[in-house]
Design a protein around this ligand. Structure first.
Ligand code: RIB
Ligand code: CA
Length: 306
């Protein structure tokens, strides 16, 4: 059983990561922390609360940081919709409440379960940086830090920077240079897992044959997300965030190279770029370079059928 804390900014693909984790038989989600990213933290928190309640996911939801460490906040409602999660409809009588401060919850959980907890970060790395600064011993007590962010080749929010790193480069620099065991799911690998026409058709078929609420929410969100991705980038949506969950469910569907990651925090045209340096002998940063997309969608299909 892999235990994890999910630090996220729901967010269309964050929502898919939550749906994937909820149906996984070998994962235990100890808590979800909503951080500012795709939308302001009030919205990412509300999205996490209403989604987990809607799918009856028994997990506490905490509030993370509301702004980047230094830079001016950027959000991505153009891609994810007003409030960060357009498309699905939720029942109004949401009763689930925020369980408290996400930074202290994460530190306490990791420190009281040494070597047990995976910290999965699929939004800007603000919370993770604050956690490392507040309690540096987390570095040696966390099992792994699994990050959706960065890329070795090109960006998505700028030609050189991926959104999660671009939204808080100073935080990313702190995390990547911390010495923790890091698995980086950057654009190099996440863009290989694309929800194209055929994949989407499969889920619509499955929903027709044996409908579930989880799959209905997935389809409604992805219909919206596909339209904005095709309009903005002329490409089908990549399953960026769910790749981090899929890694914990079945590491064998990914392959990695070791790189020591630097983050550009000064460049005029390269602000937020991640640079993969040839690793020194004790490098502990594993960068995803290959994904088995078919196996990913088989896992997602199983999770959504619950
Ligand atoms: O670049 C992709 C990342 O930015 C994903 O985490 C997506 O949710 C957005 O936050
Ligand atoms: Ca995200």
């Amino acid at each position: 059983m892999e235990r994890l804390i999910l630090d996220c900014d729901p967010g269309q693909d964050d929502a898919v990561a939550i749906l994937l984790a909820n149906g996984a038989t070998n994962l235990k989600v100890e808590g979800i922390v909503a951080v500012a990213g795709n939308a302001v933290v009030e919205d990412t928190l509300e999205n996490a609360l209403k989604l987990t309640e809607e799918i009856k996911m028994d997990v506490p939801v905490y509030r993370g940081c509301s702004s980047p460490l230094i830079r001016k906040q950027v959000i991505a409602e153009k891609i994810h919709g007003k409030g960060g999660y357009a498309g699905p409809t939720f029942t109004q009588q949401r009763i689930k409440q925020c369980a408290g401060d996400g930074i202290d919850f994460t530190i306490d959980t990791i420190m009281s379960n040494p070597g047990e907890i995976n910290l999965v970060a699929i939004g800007p790395l603000t919370d993770i940086a604050v956690i490392i600064k507040k309690e540096p011993r987390v570095i040696d007590n966390v099992k792994r830090i699994i990050i959706m962010g960065g890329s070795l080749i090109e960006g998505n929010i700028t030609p050189t920077a991926e959104f999660n790193v671009y939204a808080d480069p100073e935080a990313a620099r702190i995390v990547f240079s911390s010495g923790a065991e890091i698995y980086m799911m950057g654009l190099d690998v996440t863009k290989q897992v694309q929800l194209g026409k055929d994949e989407f058709k499969r889920f619509k078929e499955e929903q027709k044959n044996s409908p579930t609420r989880a799959r209905e929410i997935f389809i409604d969100g992805m219909e919206y997300y596909t339209s904005t991705c095709v309009d903005a980038n002329h490409e089908y949506p990549a399953m960026h965030d769910p790749c981090c969950i899929a890694y914990l469910m079945d590491p064998s569907i990914f392959s990695f190279v070791e790189r020591d990651i630097d983050v550009e925090t000064k460049g005029e045209f390269t602000y937020g770029m991640t640079v993969g340096n040839w690793p020194d002998k004790n490098s502990k940063t594993h960068v995803g370079i290959k994904a088995d997309s078919d196996k990913f969608f088989d896992m997602l299909s199983k999770s959504l059928s619950k």
